[in-house]
Write a protein that binds this ligand. Structure first.
Ligand SMILES: Nc1ncnc2c1ncn2[C@@H]1O[C@H](COP(=O)(O)OP(=O)(O)O)[C@@H](O)[C@H]1O
Ligand SMILES: CC(C)(COP(=O)(O)O)[C@@H](O)C(=O)NCCC(=O)O
Length: 343
């Protein structure tokens, strides 16, 4: 184990050695549940890396719960504990959703946190019609493609202990928000919020809101659709709502990998999707369904290089050091190093 000024770093083997002492070994039922997720995750890796991680997160959740109880007693309040919120950030195709589903399954096994909800920030993307009107269809996943105010409002409501909060639903097949459909978050013990930009600092988010004239934080009179990019020398850059999504996190995780591996994983996911999803009714990428391999590879590379890679380099990767926990993956998806920010 290595320690520098503010991080403690574990190799795969050092971290997996913790698995021996981590409570709640996997039972046959747990293994069945993990397999049922349908993810290609190696069960040995789940046991060696993600199970000890879930034990650590669980410990944080319990300690924060205790602190809440003591604070309530001290203040003479009778308030219920609010959900413990875990943020998971990282590039497109790094494995955020897979990690989040796995942690959800592992965390629910604990008696203290049986109810674990998982929300992805894609539900807060503007519908395609709005993105198209604002000229942002090729900026999907960039900070300005999200309804940042709605996302903050959702987190505020969850963290104020509301019993029922609705989240709009995004469908990757139709590549759009599904009108009228919602996921309900009903005061879970833990909420996992997973998305590209969940560690964005507020200033950056405020400065990047190009043409999103109806968002709080935008200069009054900025017409919708106008690419009025603010810079830090513009006083308007500093006005508005400077709350960050991560202000509502109890703990945050960044999943990291090299851009080369990410590109490979992105392409292989597109090939998997061609076989299962692009033929479905309403599929946005239906023209990909019967594309010859070489053409599909070239089109997917275009999307990667035009949208997802620039977003990673400009917006996502710079937020990496804001995370409390960083998981660094190698080409085979195995976690090679874990960095923990010192408490
Ligand atoms: N631990 C893992 N082992 C093997 N494959 C994985 C693992 N995590 C993710 N993948 C694969 O990598 C691709 C991207 O993962 P996904 O969770 O969809 O990424 P994201 O949500 O970050 O876009 C998917 O094809 C997924 O099956
Ligand atoms: C939907 C996404 C923006 C991810 O959203 P997130 O849940 O991280 O907020 C991303 O998967 C995406 O579709 N990006 C656009 C470019 C592309 O089609 O790959």
């Amino acid at each position: 184990m290595e320690s520098n000024r503010h991080l403690v770093t574990f190799t795969h083997d050092e971290w997996s050695a913790l698995a021996k002492n981590a409570p709640l070994p996997l039972t046959h039922t747990d293994v069945r549940h993990l397999k049922a997720l349908g993810d290609p995750i190696d069960l040995a890796e789940a046991d060696a890396i993600y199970r000890p991680l879930s034990a650590l997160l669980q410990m944080y959740a319990q300690e924060i719960g205790d602190l809440h109880r003591k604070t309530s007693d001290f203040l003479g309040l009778r308030e219920q504990r609010t959900p413990f919120v875990i943020g998971i950030a990282g590039s497109v195709a790094v494995g955020k959703s897979t990690t989040a589903r796995l942690l959800q399954e592992l965390l629910r096994r604990w008696p203290y946190t049986p109810r674990v909800d998982l929300v992805t920030t894609d539900g807060f993307l503007y519908p395609n019609a709005v993105l198209a009107e604002r000229g942002l269809m090729d900026r999907k996943g960039f900070p300005e493609s999200y309804d940042h105010a709605a996302l903050l409002d959702f987190l505020r409501r969850v963290k104020s202990g509301e019993e029922r909060v609705e989240v709009p639903r995004y469908d990757h097949v139709i590549y759009d928000i599904v009108p009228g459909q919602h996921q309900v978050v009903a005061h879970p013990d833990i909420l996992i919020l997973e998305g590209l930009n969940v560690l964005q600092p507020p200033l950056l988010a405020a400065g990047r809101r190009t043409g999103a004239g109806n968002l709080s934080g935008c200069p009054a009179g900025s017409p919708a659709g106008s690419p009025a990019r603010l810079t830090p020398t513009d006083p308007a850059f500093y006005t508005g709502n400077l709350t960050a999504v991560s202000d509502f996190f109890d703990v945050s995780i960044y999943v990291d990998a090299s851009p080369e591996d990410l590109e490979t994983w992105y392409l292989s996911r597109i090939f998997k999707l061609r076989d299962v999803a692009f033929n479905l009714p309403g599929a946005y990428f239906h023209q990909f369904a019967h594309m010859p391999d070489e053409e599909l590879r070239a089109r997917s590379l275009e999307i990667w290089n035009a949208i997802n890679l620039p977003n990673l380099l400009e917006n996502i990767q710079p937020t990496r050091e804001r995370a409390d926990i960083m998981l660094c993956k190698g080409a085979d998806h195995r976690v090679q190093r874990i960095h923990l920010r010192k408490l």
